[in-house]
Ligand binder design. Structure first.
Ligand SMILES: [Zn+2]
Length: 104
């Protein structure tokens, strides 16, 4: 596995898919999570907001196991067998982050 990490400064920045330019995170929509086919996951340090089936299959643990056992979300997404670009942005709460991953 390998991943590229890109840090965004703004908690309310739209996040565009690097492949199809779809706004996977679109703050002008009430339902701001708008995954495209390349979106692997949208996650917080606290848990997953969205995970694609193909990506969950590549992780060592299922999302339910990660939530139930309070496993580290960043470790879980970065040890999956996938080449990813991960956008990391502040959540605006404590020191938590949001991560948006796209499969390359
Ligand atoms: Zn896309």
């Amino acid at each position: 596995m390998s991943f590229k990490l890109k840090e965004l400064d703004n908690a309310t920045e739209n996040v565009l898919c690097p492949i199809c330019k779809h706004k996977a995170l679109n703050w002008s929509e009430e339902q701001y999570i708008q995954p495209c086919e390349h979106t692997a996951f949208i996650a917080l340090d606290l848990g997953f907001e969205y995970v694609a089936d193909f990506f969950e299959d590549e992780m060592q643990f299922s999302v339910d196991e990660i939530h139930d056992q309070s496993l580290n979300v960043f470790d879980a997404i970065t040890t999956a067998h996938c080449n990813l670009t991960i956008y990391k942005m502040p959540l605006g709460v404590a020191n938590y982050n949001r991560y948006v991953g796209f499969v390359m």
